[in-house]
Design a protein around this ligand. Structure first.
Ligand code: SIN
Ligand code: CO
Length: 370
């Protein structure tokens, strides 16, 4: 399956030759791609306030962006040409979208951002731009003309409401049809214009900016720091200007700050929590009338368990991370829980009392279904 998706390349060859390095175009990689997604279902999502959506239009050379939620009326009243609707995080709402992402499991889940789906009227697109993440652009219904270029000049148009390249020098062009796939590494210039009304499914793999990573790590450290004691300044020398910052005190600050330490284990724990942290708009559906723990455990023993669509789960060594939380991974149920994290479902198994209680808490929080 992966081989067809990658145009007869094995996943390891793809990773070696293309990942973060060069584009790959595959004709008919995923036949009938996006057949399960009707335009009206996408419109429906764009009307919800827990969904991130936007409409990009270009009229008389001017780009415009409007942010959702939209009304059905607004979506239907759009002109026949030159606009596109983009909906983020579609895998959180549609099981088929979540299944589609599983076809990309040759990339670690830790790198996955989301599935964005666009609907474009003929002539619609978001203009020539680059993205800062790896993306697989899968063509759903309809056709689109993609142009890409390896240019180093990536200056953007000033004051535009979206990121548009000032100059674009396409080197390759494809008229893509349903099922075609285009992989682009980060910062690769591209422009897709709908040839007919069409949908494009973008599987995005993001890494955080180093500054964003550091800021989040500092937050994590703050919550997990244990430094005792107060700053003391016995021996403070008399100074001529009371308003002058005392070097004596700054030296004490400096020494106290140098005692902020972290270990490799802290980085693992931080990474697991950070990478499974739900996006701000995610809402987990708690069961309306929750089963009892005993009933739930029986269900796990007969039917197994599935992750709820918005749930993110990763593991490392003896820790399991789910939606920003960290829990110990018990040796007895390691295989079942790893399978749950890898494939989003696990067949029936018999959890011990502690694992059953943990899974039950996840069920009550809306993280899993049994
Ligand atoms: C689109 O689907 O119109 C845009 C996708 C992209 O260029 O990243
Ligand atoms: Co793009």
């Amino acid at each position: 399956m992966t081989q067809r998706l990658l145009g007869n390349l094995s996943a390891s060859t793809f990773l070696r030759r293309h990942w973060q390095k060069q584009p790959l175009f595959v004709r008919d990689a995923l036949p009938q791609c996006g057949e399960w997604l009707q335009r009206d279902v996408l419109f429906e999502l764009a009307c919800r306030d827990d969904v991130e959506s936007r409409i990009v239009t270009r009229a008389r050379g001017q780009w415009r962006v409007a942010h959702g939620p939209f009304t059905h009326d607004k979506l239907r009243r759009h002109p026949a040409r030159g606009w596109t609707l983009l909906v983020q995080g579609v895998e959180q709402f549609l099981p088929q979208a979540s299944l589609l992402l599983q076809q990309f499991s040759f990339i670690p889940h830790a790198r996955l951002d989301d599935l964005m789906v666009s609907y474009a009227a003929p002539g619609g697109g978001v203009g020539p731009h680059f993205d800062s993440y790896d993306v697989f652009l899968l063509q759903g219904i309809g056709s689109r003309r993609w142009q890409i270029g390896a240019q180093k000049q990536l200056a953007l148009v000033d004051n535009a409401p979206l990121r548009i390249l000032r100059t674009f020098h396409p080197q390759q062009t494809w008229e893509v049809q349903q099922g075609d796939l285009l992989y682009l590494p980060p910062r690769y210039a591209h422009d897709g214009v709908a040839s007919s009304a069409c949908m494009t499914l973008s599987v995005g793999f993001r890494t955080p900016r180093k500054l964003e990573l550091a800021a989040n790590f500092l937050d994590f450290l703050q919550d997990n720091l244990h430094i005792d004691g107060m700053i003391e300044d016995a021996g403070l020398p008399l100074q001529a200007h009371p308003a002058e910052l005392p070097a004596f005190l700054i030296d004490k600050f400096s020494r106290a700050l140098k005692s902020v330490r972290w270990s490799e284990a802290d980085v693992w724990r931080f990474a697991g929590c950070y990478l499974t942290e739900p996006k701000p708009q995610v809402v987990f559906q708690r069961p309306r009338r929750a089963m009892t723990l005993a009933h739930f455990t029986k269900r796990v023993m007969t039917r197994g368990l599935q992750l709820a669509l918005p749930t993110r789960m990763l593991f490392a060594g003896r820790q399991i991370f789910i939606n920003g939380e960290c829990h110990p991974l018990s040796a007895a149920h390691r295989n079942a829980l790893i399978r749950l994290a890898d494939t989003r479902a696990t067949p029936a198994f018999t959890p011990g009392a502690a694992t059953a209680r943990l899974l039950y808490a996840w069920y009550c929080a809306g993280y899993v279904h049994a």
